[in-house]
Design a protein around this ligand. Structure first.
Ligand code: SF4
Length: 257
């Protein structure tokens, strides 16, 4: 199994294929239990959803991304870097540009200095219950040399993996961190006309009703990349204000974590 977006002429066909893939893995999972009982009967519906999300993304990682040679970034990677965090319907998915040195070495996203800033902002803006209900990932799964900005071909080659993360996890909010992430996500969601430099649109919310069927609400929030806080400490108060505005918006909409 494995769904390549380029094989499908329309979004509808693409998402039908994703659904078939999800059904296939659910059936495989059911067989692997080696039991007459359905998983739902044993552990409950919500836990099945949780297991399925994680299973789907682990299979995506192990069976496809770890072997991926679609672009030249595969040559110098130490590890592929997939998402981490809450797999069971996270409220917020934070999407950065690409792994850096520490991420490449550890195989985990946002574990370097910028990641520490991001998680500090999240902790300061959200209360204790909310802080575990987010998911962190990048557009690219391999590190560009010297942390250069990825080119359009590399982004195009890797984007279907991110789309599938979104499709499986269905976050309420998608936060794109930095200009490259904002440009990619705005384009993916058909919001090109709203795109401006991150210095102009950071902290705003954009809603798109018809696009990825995967995202239940399709609320897109661009923010500065946390690395900006390293090089421009004066931006940290702006970044915290954006994060607090997001936390308030979620609280106002009564979306408990
Ligand atoms: S960056 Fe993405 S498309 Fe390129 S090799 Fe890595 S996983 Fe594949």
């Amino acid at each position: 199994m494995g769904v390549e977006r380029v094989d499908y002429s329309s979004d509808q066909e693409y998402y039908q294929a994703l659904n078939q893939e999800a059904a296939y893995y659910q059936e495989q999972q059911r067989k692997e239990t080696n039991s007459d009982y359905r998983i739902e009967d044993v552990v409950g519906e919500f836990e099945v959803i949780d297991i399925t999300n994680q299973t789907l993304l682990e299979k995506l990682k192990e069976e496809e991304i770890s072997k991926c040679t679609r672009c030249g970034l595969c040559k110098n990677r130490t590890n592929i870097v997939c998402g981490r965090g809450e797999f069971k319907s996270p409220k917020v998915m934070f999407i950065g540009e690409a792994p850096g040195k520490e991420e490449d070495e550890s195989g985990k996203p946002f574990v370097g200095s910028a990641g520490i800033i991001l998680e500090t902002l999240i902790e300061e803006a959200f209360n204790f219950e909310t802080k575990d209900s987010y998911y962190l990932t990048n557009i690219l799964k391999c590190r560009p040399p010297e942390n250069r900005t990825p080119n359009s071909e590399e982004i195009k080659s890797c984007l279907s993996y991110l789309e599938r993360e979104i499709y499986v996890l269905k976050p309420d909010y998608i936060v794109c961190l930095g200009n490259t992430s904002a440009k990619t996500i705005f384009t993916l969601f058909g919001l090109e006309n709203e795109l401006r430099p991150i210095s102009e649109i950071h902290g705003n919310s954009y809603t798109k009703k018809v696009c990825l069927q995967s995202a239940s609400k399709n609320i897109i929030v661009p923010m500065y990349h946390p690395a900006a806080g390293l090089y421009h400490p004066e931006l940290r108060s702006v970044m915290l204000a954006d994060m607090q505005r997001l936390a308030n918006e979620i609280a106002y909409q009564n979306l408990p974590f």
